[in-house]
Structures are given as structure tokens and as C-alpha cells.
Design a protein around this ligand. Structure first.
Ligand code: 3EB
Length: 365
């Protein structure tokens, strides 16, 4: 892969390019039910139980402020994120599928898959590694071994939750060391020109984890015309730039899924609105709009319950302000999960990621 290489830093040919999808004549309809090949649900533990009974298959469950619930069947993948909800009890991110999923364990990676999709998770073994970058590289090489063994060619979305993300480690910030390890593994094993969408956020509870979704074909990368591509960030942000696309589009039959990476108050490559929560929220939403516009140039995006937003807050007290802004921009029908998290740039107060599912050309209701 070229992303983050010296050449990529100088000029990346498809930076900022928007997509030409042949969908202009298709109707985009919100699908929340069984039409979607998969769906995310942000729920409490009671609702996880209900989903286990209702859903034909579960790809994986991520716990926020939670260890593995006793009621989860042993075959269901679970990973405890080092982040917790900004208020209240434990919450869970459940990746539901429309067909039964079989469990997979390959090396350090635990997951599940059906015919179309795979989920996997790995905990970083920092104690057993000479450095954080070595632990990250080993974890990502494990992810690629998992994908090879399970027969999935392409990761379509990564989540990276790192403990003490902005802390110094022998003269280099941990997030920068993380970027070195990820870059090494992607250079060796990623079989697509651009990395998929990702989030990279810090937490404090337990170990660092990486989890992901994968498919048989690479998702289409989307960049934000307002931002320098992260894989082309200048070296002031670390020896290796972050390997992720601003968004990725995955299509399966008539289903189209948009994964929006963690998005914050960054314009060009610089943080904007230092110390100004309202300014950062407005800029972040502007970035989300620009990104969605780039992804949707062939057809307008509807609002509503096809959207799920996951919001990382530097301070739990920001929740109401951010929630009002999301409702104003995207309506009140979307799912939202608010987490306490440390952004990889300590001056960022908030970061928002998003997921959206559509049916192309199929009226679902
Ligand atoms: C940024 O735009 C904010 O390293 O995987 C957002 C999403 C961020 C993903 C990652 C980092 C990552 O640079 C930080």
C-alpha cells in the first residue's frame, strides 16, 4: 500500500476526489429492517438480550463500560472497549446480521462471519511486546491472518481504542507509535490502494483493542474536500501518517453502507476552534456534511433512522450541546451513542463517527 509512504505524503493522486457511483437513477430508501445485510444497534444490556433472540445472526458485540455479559452465548464474539458511556450504565454496540454467523478464532483474533461479512477483535499485547508499535503491528498482522484464513479479502472499517493515547512513551507519543505499527502492517498486507475508514480514540478502562468489519470486496474510499487526507498528513503529526480514509462505502447487492471515520474540528490538517466547544461542534458537523456530500454526489442523502452516530466526548458535560447539534443537523430519528474518550489530538473536544444504511432502488416502506 502506498498510503503514508514518502510518495503519498508529497502527492496522493486521489486525495479529495469524490465518487462517481452509477446510482443517479436509483432511488435511495431507508431500510432499517431485514433488508439490510447488517445493522448496528447501540443498546443497554437488557436490549442486548432481546437482540440475541430476535436477530438471525450476531457478528459481534462491543462493550462500553462492560465486561462480557454472562448471558452471551460462548459462540458470540465480544470485546470490551477501554471506553465507557458518558453517562449511565454500560452500553453495547451490536453488529446484527440477516443470516446465522459462525464463530472464528484465528491466532489472537476472535470473531464471526456469515457468507458476506466478518467481524473480528484483538486485544493489544503490550506487556509481551518490545514496543507499542510492535504490539500494534503484531495485532494488525493477526487481523490480516484472520482475514486470509476466513477468506475475506478486505477490511471495510476499523476501530482503534488505545489506552493513554496522548501520553509520551520514551520521547514519542503513543498515538504516533500506534501509527507506525499500523502503517507497517498495512504496507505489508493491505491488498487495496487506500485504507478503509477508521476511528482512533483513547480510553482508560483495561487494554487497548482493535476491532473491525470485513467483506469480500474493498469498500470505496471517500475523502473530505475540506481536509487533507489523513494518510497525507505532514510529518509534524508523527513519523508515519494515520492510515485511514475519511469514509468508506460498502455495497452488497442493493444494500449500500457508508462508514464515516472519526470526524473532528480539523480543516486542512489543522485543528480549528481551540478551547471553543461550540466552534468545534459546528466545524465537525460541517465536515460530516462535506463528507456525506462527497459520498452522495449522485443522489441526496435522507435524514432519519438510517443513521447511527457514535460521539466521543473529552468531557461528559458536552453531551447535551452535541446532542442538540446532531438533532438540528440530522433529525431526531438517528441512533446515538455518547462515550467519554480522549481524542488523539488533546485539543480536540469532540469527535463524531457515523454509519448509514440504504437500499438502492428498492422501496422498503
Ligand atoms: C483526525 O482527523 C482525527 O488514527 O484511525 C480520526 C479517525 C482520527 C481515525 C485513526 C484518527 C483516526 O486526524 C483523529
Amino acid at each position: 500500500m502506498q498510503a503514508g509512504s514518502k510518495a503519498a505524503r508529497i502527492a496522493f493522486p486521489i486525495e479529495g476526489v469524490t465518487l462517481q457511483l452509477p446510482v443517479s437513477t436509483l432511488e435511495r430508501t431507508v431500510a432499517t429492517g431485514p433488508e439490510a445485510p447488517f445493522a448496528v444497534r447501540y443498546v443497554n444490556s437488557l436490549a442486548v438480550r432481546a437482540l440475541l433472540n430476535q436477530s438471525p445472526g450476531i457478528l459481534g458485540v462491543v462493550g462500553f463500560g462492560a465486561d462480557r455479559p454472562d448471558f452471551l452465548p460462548a459462540s458470540c464474539p465480544f470485546v470490551a472497549a477501554p471506553l465507557a458511556p458518558s453517562v449511565g450504565d454500560a452500553m453495547f454496540e451490536v453488529w446484527c446480521a440477516t443470516s446465522p454467523c459462525r464463530p472464528l478464532k484465528i491466532g489472537p483474533v476472535t470473531g464471526a462471519c456469515n457468507d458476506d461479512l466478518a467481524f473480528g477483535a484483538v486485544t493489544l499485547d503490550e506487556a509481551g511486546s518490545p514496543s507499542l508499535e510492535a504490539a500494534v503491528e503484531a495485532a494488525y498482522l493477526g487481523v490480516f491472518d484472520f482475514l486470509d484464513a476466513a477468506g475475506f479479502a478486505a477490511p471495510i472499517r476499523f476501530w482503534n481504542y488505545l489506552t493513554a493515547i496522548t501520553e509520551d512513551d520514551s520521547g514519542l507519543e503513543r498515538y504516533r507509535r500506534f501509527n507506525i505499527g499500523r502503517h507497517q502492517a498495512f504496507s505489508a498486507r493491505l491488498r487495496q490502494p487506500l485504507p478503509p475508514a477508521a476511528s482512533g480514540v483513547g480510553g482508560h478502562r483495561g487494554a487497548s483493542v482493535i476491532y473491525f468489519l470485513a467483506a469480500h470486496q474493498a469498500a470505496q474510499a471517500v475523502e473530505n474536500p475540506r481536509q487533507v487526507s489523513a494518510y497525507s498528513y505532514p510529518p509534524i503529526y508523527g513519523p508515519r501518517s494515520p492510515s485511514f480514509s475519511r469514509a468508506s462505502i460498502h455495497r452488497l447487492g442493493t444494500a449500500e453502507t457508508l462508514f464515516v471515520s472519526g470526524t473532528a474540528s480539523i480543516v486542512g490538517h489543522e485543528t480549528r476552534h481551540l478551547g471553543d466547544l461550540h466552534g468545534q461542534i459546528a466545524e465537525t458537523i460541517e465536515n460530516l456534511r462535506a463528507l456525506i456530500g462527497a459520498a452522495d454526489q449522485a443522489a441526496p442523502a435522507p435524514l432519519g433512522d438510517c443513521w447511527a452516530f457514535k460521539v466521543y466526548l473529552h468531557d461528559s458535560g458536552y453531551r447535551e450541546t452535541v446532542n442538540r447539534a446532531i438533532e438540528a443537523a440530522f433529525g431526531s430519528g438517528c441512533q446515538r451513542l455518547y462515550l467519554r474518550g480522549d481524542m488523539c489530538r488533546s485539543e480536540l473536544l469532540v469527535e463524531i463517527e457515523a454509519f448509514r444504511h440504504f437500499e438502492l432502488g428498492v422501496r422498503s416502506r
